[in-house]
Design a protein around this ligand. Structure first.
Ligand code: SF4
Length: 362
């Protein structure tokens, strides 16, 4: 093995100190989040799945409601899919909610409803990748499993001044995570300290290096390259989408549409909605196979999903007594929020009827 130079030795000892400082900082400064007060792997798993969707502040309420409704693996495994989607409604990326339920069913079938303490077995569960497996096993059981999310990749890349594109950085960050995760006790705390540093101090824009516990060993800070790491992503061109959402009421019920069983937001509910475009400017919802008499415009809502910038015009409409086509149903007004709704549907219902809305999502 090549001998280390005195400069390398000094750098490593500074990093070693940085690790100790990072852990001391985490014990002192960490945010008091409800999933940090439990070692229940199920509760931690659900929090991790939700935290991949939205901000911590928004997750708290969702997590508490979800656990109240599905308190353990068996309850989630037995729940109807529509109930799980309804509890997830507003978080977006509904495939993840379906995968949670499928993984709960697999846990019941293969592991008697318990999380196995084995990373390979956990990664074989539907929808659970290396990050989630690492998070659940290290945080709930303190097993020496590494993890890398966007925060951890950024912290490592700056701490070690690794300048590369996002894909190469992820791969490299996993190698660092495997090297650095404590092999005895403390993996859960170490992983959480890295994520916390990335979420609160070493943030994507304007990191607070002056308050950073690893500043004295941070290579990017020493070399003045913090702003260059990570490399900015090349964003795809936004796509403008224009929708007309029909607000149709009859005797205390609202006309609702279930989205098809495949494609985006499959199986979720919305007010009947059609896309219009310069090439297809008709207001009339031929896609819905239903005659709707157009009424006045009620307002405009905006929404963003991935690169789609959506402008949704809400328009009141009337329908005759004809029977409804498949996927359209009259839903009593006070039962609408029990449906798994799209984020746009919640905006439309809030604007048209004052029915409460939750934080945005798909
Ligand atoms: S010193 Fe700054 S760039 Fe380096 S890890 Fe800390 S916050 Fe990030």
């Amino acid at each position: 093995m090549p001998k280390k130079s005195s400069k390398q030795g000094a750098t490593e000892s500074a990093r070693f100190e940085g690790r100790a400082r990072l852990l001391a900082w985490y014990r002192r400064e960490r945010r008091d989040l409800p999933w940090r007060r439990t070692s229940d792997p199920y509760a931690i798993w659900i929090s991790e799945a939700m935290l991949q969707q939205t901000r911590v502040e928004a997750v708290i309420g969702y997590w508490q409601r979800f656990l109240a409704r599905f308190p353990d693996v068996r309850a989630l495994a037995q729940a109807p899919e529509q109930d799980v989607l309804a509890a997830w409604s507003g978080l977006g990326y509904y495939r993840r909610a379906r995968a949670l339920r499928a993984a709960a069913q697999a846990l019941v079938e293969r592991h008697d409803g318990e999380f196995p303490r084995d990373a390979e077995l956990v990664r074989e569960l539907p929808g659970i990748g290396p990050y989630t497996a690492g998070a659940v096993l290290s945080i709930a059981f303190d097993l020496p499993e590494p993890l890398v999310d966007g925060n951890v990749a950024r912290v490592f890349a700056r701490w070690f001044a690794h300048e590369a594109d996002a894909v190469a950085t992820q791969k490299w960050a996993w190698e660092r995570a495997r090297e650095l995760v404590p092999t005895g006790a403390g993996a859960g705390e170490w992983n959480q300290a890295l994520m916390e540093l990335g979420a609160t101090v070493c943030t994507p824009q304007r990191p607070r290096c002056e308050s950073c516990p690893v500043a004295s060993s941070c290579a990017a800070l020493a070399r003045g390259v913090v702003a260059r790491i990570p490399r900015p992503k090349v964003r795809p061109e936004p796509v403008d989408v224009e929708l007309v959402a029909w607000v149709v009421e009859r005797r205390g019920s609202i006309l609702m549409e279930e989205r098809p069983a495949d494609g985006r937001m499959a199986g979720l509910w919305q007010v009947p909605t059609v896309q219009v475009s310069p090439a297809r400017p008709e207001l009339f919802p031929s896609r819905l196979a239903l005659e709707i008499e157009p009424g006045p415009e009620l307002g405009v809502e905006r929404h963003a999903i991935t690169r789609h910038r959506i402008r949704m015009v809400l328009r009141r409409g009337e329908v005759g007594r004809a029977s409804l086509p498949e996927r359209l149903r009259w839903i009593p007004r006070d039962e609408v929020t029990a449906l798994p709704l799209t984020g746009m549907a919640r905006k439309a219902l809030a604007q048209a009827f004052g029915i409460g809305k939750r934080p945005s999502g798909g």
